[in-house]
Design a protein around this ligand. Structure first.
Ligand code: ZN
Length: 415
């Protein structure tokens, strides 16, 4: 059931303006190409300008040159910071997009934002400029409706989600997340409520042997065989983890995938048919589901590598954990999930679809560093990000903006 306040705010959503925004933002290429002087700045300036038009308290911060974050607040009590705890809802999105690849492969120009058959085509239209524009429109409609919320809304439009996530890390380091009590990550999820997210750990393992002529291998020590033994143990570890943790209802089973296997190791020169390299390396892409402990897995990997090199005193193993992002999950009964679920049911007449995110997002950082409950929910086909002919459904855009309006009003409450 919709309240009068909610109906009023929903009526203020201007769909034509919203679709125009998605097109305008998609037409600003924001692929990170430092050599060509292209990054997120122009897209971030466009968002900043919309925030000023709406009348939000807006901050523009460079994380590194050419790569800014935009932070904007709709304050429940402008200009004051209440002492009593109060909720703050964050809408989160990234301004960077991945490369368009070869434009000749595209049916429509990658940055043309052409509309065909109810879809907007373009690199970043789906991932995730549509989601950002829906958050902006939701905030604008709530602001114009004059509904007095009992908490703040903050929009974080950050850089570099597709890279090392320096944007959201900077956002957290600057303290912007300190008061956030829940976050909707506006990534393309077909407006499903994604309440779980896989974690990831990348581990580089190097085995150092002794380089030799391929005709006289006994004058050196081959690193490839111990690496092969190690990899078969890694496979067994993966199987044990699957048995131990089973299938997550949204995320499926955990995995450990060797994504890079090479000899010579990086930095070991060009491979040659008659040269036995001095080192071999692999990178393990470990995908984690809630309940798994990345530190425990890293320790097991280290023990296995040590055992693989123990056969010869001249072999040496080296393990490097490159990155760890923990899996996340948010309880179905958390108020932000309930707010979105109720909104979905009221707007569509159907029960919400719950899901999980197989990769990691900026939400992973918010959850890991600040314990913020996150729900990933936004417009756009789940499988289309990073593809040629990327598109986003206009119907899903319209629904997402409405979901955000209702979720914000219901989560934050009225004064
Ligand atoms: Zn994305």
């Amino acid at each position: 059931m919709l309240s009068e306040n909610e109906k009023h705010a929903l009526n203020l959503i201007d769909d034509d303006e919203l679709i125009g925004w998605v097109q305008a933002l998609t037409r600003i290429p924001s692929v990170w190409k430092p050599a060509e002087g292209i990054g997120e700045e122009a897209a971030a300036r466009w968002i900043e300008a919309r925030c000023h038009e709406i009348g939000l308290e807006t901050h523009f911060e460079f994380v590194v040159p050419g790569r800014p974050n935009v932070i904007a607040f709709l304050r429940s009590r402008p200009g004051t910071t209440p002492d009593a705890p109060y909720p703050t809802l964050m809408f989160e999105g990234h301004t960077d997009v991945v490369t368009e690849g070869d434009p000749a492969q595209w049916t429509h120009p990658p940055f043309g934002a052409v509309i065909r058959d109810g879809r907007i085509y373009g690199r970043g239209a789906n991932d995730m400029k549509a989601g950002l524009c829906c958050a902006l429109m939701a905030i604008k409609s709530i602001q114009r409706s004059g509904v007095a919320l009992a908490g703040d809304i903050v929009l974080g439009a950050v850089c570099d989600e597709e890279g090392s996530m320096i944007g959201i890390k900077h956002f957290v380091e600057r303290g912007w997340a300190d008061r956030v009590t829940a976050c909707i990550v506006c990534e393309p999820e077909e407006n499903h409520l994604c309440i779980a997210q896989k974690g990831v750990m990348w581990v580089r393992c190097v085995i150092h042997g002794v380089m030799a002529h391929g005709a006289m291998p006994l004058t050196g020590v081959n690193a490839a065989y111990p690496l092969a033994r190690f990899l078969s143990q890694v496979h067994a570890l993966e199987e044990r983890e699957i048995v131990r943790h089973g299938r997550h209802e949204f995320l499926g089973q955990p995995s450990i995938t060797p994504t890079i296997v090479m000899s010579p190791a990086r930095g070991g020169g060009e491979p040659q048919n008659n040269v036995m390299p001095g080192a071999a390396e692999c990178v393990l892409d470990v995908r984690l589901i809630p309940g798994q402990d990345p530190e425990d897995i890293a320790r097991r990997i280290e023990t296995m590598l040590a055992a693989s090199v123990a056969v010869d005193g001249r072999l040496r193993g080296e393990v490097q954990v490159i990155e760890v992002r923990y899996p996340t999950s948010t309880d179905r009964h958390h108020p932000i999930v309930q707010a979105l679920a109720g909104a979905y049911a009221d707007l569509t007449g159907a029960p919400p679809v719950y899901g999980g995110v197989p990769g990691s997002t900026d939400g992973t950082i918010l959850h890991a560093r600040k314990g913020i409950p996150i729900v990933t929910c936004g417009p756009g086909d789940i499988h289309i990000p990073h593809h040629v002919d990327e598109w986003v459904s206009i119907e899903e855009i319209k629904l997402a903006a409405r979901l955000y309006v209702l979720a914000a009003i219901r989560y934050l409450g009225h004064q």
